[in-house]
Ligand binder design. Structure first.
Ligand code: SAH
Ligand code: SF4
Ligand code: F3S
Length: 455
């Protein structure tokens, strides 16, 4: 490319909030903007374009966006006084849910774009620069977005791959069905092509993403492929050594999928399976479509198929009407199942969701107290699990250099971060590591010499 053709270098500052779907989407937005000359900058001060990829799941997540816009406004004004521009774009679920309100409340924002319209970013940015005043991107379908996005440019040996968008489950506390729309599964051939592309660029571990990833039912040769069928096809791709998926709904854990956990070695023995509560009455009020016994049964069958499977989950405490004894049922479920990690949250009332209008909202004080007790128990289980790995030799996927010279870091099959002594391993290798010590959040170890290859 001659200098005349090369687009002028522009700086892009991106901040990502919320779930892994947003992490994936941020990467794809970067891929759309790279050909236009945008390169990532780590500081907002000198950015030509700022994108906040936002989350609407809890009130706090949404508030963060407005305080961040406030900070950005100061940079924008300073740059304007120096004769330079700064375009501020709000993407993600707050953009989808509160687009009009953002424009009314935050004049510093030039552009609002919902999660299905990222392929339109170049056009929207150009329009914003011409100051046409058109700031709200129209909605498109998920399919259109995926078809129009450019090829991936992964920057490591692990990658996310979105296979499914939206949600039709309508749990009564949750905004996702409103912000991400109806459930949509990408066609099987498209997912396979993207996975192959990732493997060709050195990716060894792929995490399939969707708000209901195991509800996947993608078009395939005129028929419909189930999630287990998709995993079977992906496991055959050379170079893809490890498969994971998140986040799953308990009612979509089919017999076929549970059996695959025992049969497919590339499927990692770690599963994030949100339960939300241990009380049947609360689960019903949440419209979760499963009760505690159903969840325990899935766990038992997963463990029968793959005895070492590590389970993680999500909880909400203080859902409207939750009594002290109902919270104790959640504590009991944690003791019964034994989780290796978990996310737990105080219930946050979201405007427009059925639970926000329910009677018996729990006090902030009560919620905090329950959350602290739950988190203490979960932390204890996490420390116990990590501690149980000491002295074991685990196959570790090398993901980068460690903090100190002579160290690498990587991931165990159970998704634990490991720092270990090694000078030879390359990123993407899977090497045996003896675990020497454990903390709540990570492991340390030393690489073992490889056994000589069989003749
Ligand atoms: N699709 C996933 C997760 C969706 S959002 C599932 O079905 O479980 C991630 C987590 O945020 C949820 O599992 C839930 O624990 C939490 N969450 C969602 N809405 C919330 C709310 N209104 N208040 C507090 N936590 C919430
Ligand atoms: Fe939200 Fe429930 Fe859908 Fe998960 S399954 S995204 S919690 S509505
Ligand atoms: Fe948040 Fe939207 Fe994900 S609300 S959790 S960013 S789907």
């Amino acid at each position: 490319m001659s200098d005349q053709q090369r687009p002028e270098l522009k700086r892009l500052f991106m901040e990502t909030y919320g779930c892994q779907m947003n992490v994936y989407d941020s990467e794809r937005m970067r891929d759309v903007l790279t050909p236009l000359g945008y390169a990532i900058t780590e500081k907002p001060d000198d950015a030509d374009l700022v994108i906040l990829n936002t989350c609407h799941i809890r009130e706090k997540a949404t508030e963060k966006v407005y305080s961040e816009i406030g900070r950005l406004r100061a940079h924008k004004e300073r740059r304007a006084s120096e004769g330079k521009g700064m375009t501020i774009a709000i993407a993600g679920c707050v953009a989808q849910a509160e687009g009009e309100e953002i424009i009314a409340r935050a004049p510093a924002v030039d552009l609002v774009v919902g999660p299905q319209a990222y392929h339109k970013l170049p056009e929207l940015i150009a329009r914003a620069a011409r100051k046409t005043g058109e700031r709200l991107a129209a909605d498109f379908t998920a399919q259109e977005k995926f078809d129009a996005l450019p090829a991936r440019a992964p920057d490591g040996v692990t990658a996310f791959l979105s296979i499914q968008e939206g949600c039709d489950k309508f749990c009564t506390f949750c905004v996702v069905p409103y912000t991400r729309g109806a459930e949509y599964s990408r066609p099987l051939a498209d997912v396979v092509a993207e996975a192959r592309g990732l493997a060709d660029r050195g990716v060894r571990e792929i995490t399939l993403l969707g708000q209901n990833v195991n509800a996947y039912h993608g078009e395939s040769r005129g028929g419909v492929a189930s999630f287990a069928e998709l995993l079977n096809v992906l496991a055959q791709i050379d170079g893809v050594e490890r498969l994971r998926y998140t986040t799953s709904h308990p009612i979509e854990m089919t017999d076929e999928l549970i059996a695959l956990h025992g049969a497919e070695p590339k499927l990692m023995p770690y599963l994030h399976l949100p339960v939300q509560s241990g009380s049947d009455r609360i689960l019903k009020a949440m419209n979760r479509k499963h009760d505690g016994a159903f969840y325990r049964d899935i766990v038992a069958r997963l463990r029968a198929a793959r005895p070492d499977i590590a389970l993680s989950t999500d909880f909400i405490v203080g859902f409207p009407g939750e009594k002290a004894r109902e919270f104790e049922e959640t504590m009991q479920l944690v003791r019964d199942v034994n989780f290796v990690s978990a996310f737990s949250f105080k219930y946050s009332a979201r405007p427009g969701t059925p639970a926000a209008a329910m009677m018996g909202q729990v006090s902030e004080e009560e919620k905090s107290e329950r959350l602290a007790r739950l988190q203490a128990l979960l932390a204890e289980q996490q420390r116990a699990f990590n501690g149980s790995q000491v002295e074991r030799v685990l196959p570790v996927l090398v993901t980068g250099d460690g903090r100190k010279a002579g160290q690498k870091h990587g991931r165990t099959p159970y998704l634990q971060a490991v720092h270990f002594e090694d000078t030879k391993a390359q990123n993407g290798d899977i090497v045996p590591v003896r675990i020497l010590a454990a903390s709540q959040n990570s492991l340390t170890g030393a690489r073992l010499e490889m056994a000589p290859e069989a003749a």
